[in-house]
Design a protein around this ligand. Structure first.
Ligand code: LLP
Length: 446
């Protein structure tokens, strides 16, 4: 397993993160346990900011909170000077509860409810990323009721889809998100926005994919967006001041994953923006981006305790842990692959190949297939790396399993940032209607 950030093997042969021995963390907080390397989160935030500072462009780096949205994370994002992208009332609520500055919040989503839009307006957030015509009019109306002007970006689909190493330049974009550029709907959205008095159009937004290892997709998106901006200026006499190029910067899950440093992505984006906009004599817009996975993904490690081991000679050895698809649905959902190690015997040599099973009542609940480990014993502590993004965020209560605690570790100290669920968190919202209440037993006659 690759050791990210402050992860290291200590002289007791244990994995430690943020100066904390993981066997001690497991003893103190129980397993499964999400452990976040706070220093690594901060480093990633700074890498994006520093990369932009070096370009001389005006910018905002908005952390895409969908990757991992808890109050303590919002605090770190604010402290590191980033903005925040939210996609629901729940994420917005979390950010506001954490005291995140509303003006640095951007609200996304392809189907924001009236109540969500009102919540954003009432909080006076910095920007709505408007996805469709219905939202455009709804936002205008709700802003009018409040005598407010809402700043917006229009989400457009520029016809670039990037996947890890390849990108596909599609003529027509088949997507539930945004206004299509090719079929003219993006242009109509600009025309419409300019007519709506309660809206202040800042510019456009495009997001081309996730877990991207190359810069080409971003360069093509910058080119297409600048072309669109020039068309709008030429035909509607309107100049965008902000271009948002979304998130999607890759991380390392497995050997062979080759993410680029933040400076490479940002350098390429800045060059593409400068070249394309200057070539069209267009004033350089502010550039916004929205990294999620690349801020938190590698900073997260999940600790599990090994329980049952089922050896089927000649076939496979199943090693079951005390979590699974409830705390990490990505292997079951996307076939995602992860690396892992025995955190309590980190120096032992690998002697067997096993498969790590979750504890859910479902054959598909497998966390890792074919993992080389020392001979595994019940009670061992398994650490799975790069679980910071879209793990806790996508955790469920399937099988009524309680969600694990989340802790931040730094400089030898650990802090709980999400408490482990209680049984009440699992069953406490259940209501037994009167007619189904258990009747008291009739008193038996003597
Ligand atoms: N901005 C927008 C508009 C997005 O849709 C996304 C991700 C991001 C930013 C952040 O992308 P990131 O930098 O994290 O790649 N659940 C999936 C990932 C879904 C990503 C959805 N949108 C997974 O577990 O891989």
């Amino acid at each position: 397993m690759h050791l990210h950030g402050t992860s290291a093997i200590n002289n007791r042969g244990h994995l430690e993160i943020g100066g904390c021995d993981t066997t001690q963390l497991a003893a103190d907080y129980g397993t499964p346990l999400y452990v976040f390397d706070e220093q690594l989160i901060r480093t990633r935030c700074r890498e994006f900011r520093d990369a932009f500072l070096a370009t001389g462009l005006q910018f905002q780096v908005a952390y895409a909170s969908k990757a991992f949205c808890v109050k303590a994370m919002c605090r770190i994002v604010e402290e590191e000077g980033l903005s925040l992208d939210v996609v629901s009332d729940g994420e917005l609520y979390t950010a506001l509860q954490a005291g995140f500055p509303p003006q640095r919040i951007h609200f996304h989503g392809n189907n924001k409810t009236p109540q969500e839009i009102e919540m954003g307006l009432d909080a006076n957030i910095g920007c709505f990323v408007v996805d469709n015509f219905m939202e455009l009019h709804l936002l205008n109306e709700l802003a009018r009721e409040r005598k407010m002007k809402a700043s917006i970006l229009l989400r457009i689909t520029p016809g670039v889809e990037a996947h890890t190493h390849e990108f596909i330049s599609t003529g027509q974009t088949d997507s539930k998100f945004g206004f299509d550029m090719e079929n003219g709907s993006a242009f109509r959205a600009v025309q419409e926005s300019l007519k709506l008095e309660q809206l202040r159009l800042l510019g456009v937004h495009s997001h081309i994919g996730s877990q991207i290892f190359e810069v080409d997709g971003f360069e093509i998106a910058a080119d297409k967006v600048s072309r669109f901006a020039a068309q709008v200026r030429d035909e509607l006499d309107y100049t965008f001041t902000v271009i948002n190029l979304g998130g999607g910067f890759g991380i390392r899950y497995m050997e062979g994953d080759t993410p680029l440093p933040a400076a490479r992505y940002i350098g390429a984006i800045a060059d593409a923006v400068k070249n394309n906009f200057s070539a069209r004599s267009y004033p350089l817009p502010e550039i916004w981006i929205e990294p999620g996975r690349s801020i938190v993904g590698e900073a997260g490690t999940t600790l599990y305790t090994v329980g049952s081991v089922k050896d089927i000679p000649g076939v496979r050895k199943y090693v079951a842990v005390d979590g699974g698809m409830t705390d990490n649905p990505r292997p079951a959902l996307y076939g995602a692959r992860y690396e892992a190690m025995l955190a309590n015997r980190a120096l032992d040599v690998e002697e067997e190949v096993v498969s790590i099973a979750g504890k859910c009542c479902e054959s598909g609940d497998m966390l890792i297939w074919d993992l080389a480990l020392p001979v595994v014993r019940t009670g061992d502590l398994l650490a799975v790396s790069s679980t910071g993004a879209y793990n806790y965020a996508m955790a469920s209560h399937y099988n009524r399993i309680r969600k694990p605690a989340v802790i931040f570790v730094k400089d030898g100290a650990a802090d709980v940032v999400v408490r482990r669920d209680t049984y009440e968190d699992v069953a406490g919202n259940d209501v037994i209607p009167e007619r189904l209440r258990k009747q008291p037993e009739p008193i038996a006659k003597a």
